[in-house]
Design a protein around this ligand. Structure first.
Ligand code: FUB
Length: 456
């Protein structure tokens, strides 16, 4: 992978030189409490699942590098409030042969979920699960595609990574992959089992091809999209064809280099409720935190459209452009790690199952977007665990917005000793953004697992 890092250094220098703007303030950080990158999207049972390289695996600091060896999943049904499901796959724990797990892409067949990942740039693995949240395990004990796979070589300085598995309408699965050179795109057929290949890899050529292969199909046209190289400013470009494996011609740009990214770009394209979206990463969270941003990326989301002639309109990167798909129902139990924005908190594996919010300090908050209280809520309950304690202020439409009630949180006997506590609230009706503002005298005041309101 030396070449990979050499090229990356080159592109950082190049972009600084040509002055790609650092002052554009447009973005959409999803799951801003953790560093995630290289999304791969799966639409499954009414939810969007994004599987991501876990940049929290990369140390902070000037001497950092890409060391991701786990994959994190986040999901949403409304595209505004995202649930953090934590690590769903980790190497070598779940695939003994692979030291790295980069840039995953999911696919589903016959009730199973398959996750394809790059072992750095040195081969492609597959993991399988019955559940989109895992646990994912390697079913074959070796790389699915390596440099030994017929058709992969010859390729000059190829990065053998960034797989994307696409299942066509006739059920045939194709995996696209490769990097670092116009002639380094490959597509290979997968068998129905999704864990073995059918025949050799087929070479494709894409102008300025760098990395991040993706395939989507609309109105009978196959769109192969990819990140272009630094010379082409690492846009997401596309080629079109009426075949998934040949006949591609350059189509244009889907999206420009994202604002506040200034480095590698990686897209996942999916259709949800009839609209096409591109999930991608940039580096706004690290830049705001004033830490070196190269290896600390965060996820973003925007939408784009196709024209009747088959071309794609260049996507606009926005601060808040995606529409909320449905209001959140506060009378159902909602995981605390489901939110639109946050300040100061982290998440961790919860002994009661799933994840919980942790590292809660005085003044930290969570924002839940578009909550429909209908004809009114009267009380609030939350599952919390504390050795220290504090309180949750329930506010509307801002962290300093109207105070509806306060839930005192006393010592429950431990940071994973969960208790359900209840408080009365002022009557609240209609749709609001909900803010949980945390108070506490000591750091790590308490942990928060889930919440729910009761109707009047
Ligand atoms: O995250 C490591 C690499 O950076 C990915 O494999 C590429 O697509 C680029 O985003």
């Amino acid at each position: 992978m030396c070449n990979y890092f050499r090229t990356r250094f080159f592109l950082i220098v190049l972009l600084s030189f040509i002055g790609i703007s650092q002052c554009v303030w447009a973005d959409y950080p999803i799951a801003s409490h953790r560093y995630l990158a290289d999304p791969g999207a799966l639409v499954y049972n009414g939810r969007v699942y994004l599987y991501c390289s876990n940049d929290d695996d990369n140390p902070t600091g000037e001497k950092s590098s890409y060391q991701m060896n786990s994959i994190v999943c986040i999901s949403s049904s409304d595209l505004k409030n995202w649930t953090d499901h934590g690590v769903v796959f980790q190497v070598p724990r779940d695939a003994a042969w692979a030291p790295k797990s980069w840039a995953p892409s999911p696919a589903t067949r016959d009730g199973k979920i398959f996750l394809y990942f790059g072992n750095g740039g040195n081969g492609i693995g597959v993991a399988k699960s019955d559940n989109p949240l895992g646990p994912f395990k390697d079913p074959i004990g070796k790389a699915l595609v390596s440099s030994e796979t017929p058709g992969v070589m010859p390729a000059r300085n190829m990065w053998l990574f960034d797989p994307m598995t696409f299942i066509d309408d006739d059920g045939q699965a194709y995996m696209y992959f490769g990097g670092n050179g116009d002639n380094n795109v490959r597509v290979i057929k997968l068998n129905k089992d999704m864990i073995s290949v059918d025949g050799p890899a087929i070479p494709l050529t894409a102008q300025d091809f760098f990395e991040a292969s993706w395939m989507h199909k609309e109105n009978g046209i196959y769109y192969f999209s990819y990140s272009s190289n630094p010379r082409a400013q690492m846009r997401i470009d596309y080629m079109k064809s009426i075949s998934p494996i040949s006949g591609f011609t350059y189509g244009g740009v889907i999206s420009k280099q994202p604002p506040l990214n200034d480095n590698n770009n990686h897209q996942a394209i999916f259709k949800f409720n009839g609209v096409w979206y591109e999930a991608y990463h940039n580096r706004i969270v690290a830049k705001q935190a004033n830490i070196p941003p190269t290896y600390k990326r965060n996820i973003c989301l925007d939408s784009f459209s196709h024209n009747p002639d088959g071309t794609i309109n260049v996507m606009e990167n926005t601060a808040d452009g995606v529409k909320q798909q449905a209001s959140l129902n506060p009378f159902d139990r909602t995981e605390a790690e489901t939110f639109n924005a946050q300040s100061g908190i982290k998440t961790e594996v919860c002994k009661a199952g799933g994840m919980n919010v942790c590292q809660i300090d005085n003044g930290d908050f969570i924002k839940v977007r578009g909550v429909d209280f209908g004809k009114g809520a009267a009380s609030f309950q939350a599952s919390v665990a504390a050795t220290s304690g504090g309180s949750i202020e329930i506010r509307l439409d801002g962290k300093d917005g109207q105070l509806m009630g306060t839930l005192p949180v006393a010592n429950t006997g431990g940071d994973q000793s969960w208790k359900t506590l209840t408080c009365k609230i002022k009557s609240v009706k209609g749709i609001h953004d909900l803010f949980f503002v945390f108070k506490g005298k000591k750091e790590n005041a308490f942990n928060f697992d889930w919440w729910k309101f009761s109707a009047k």
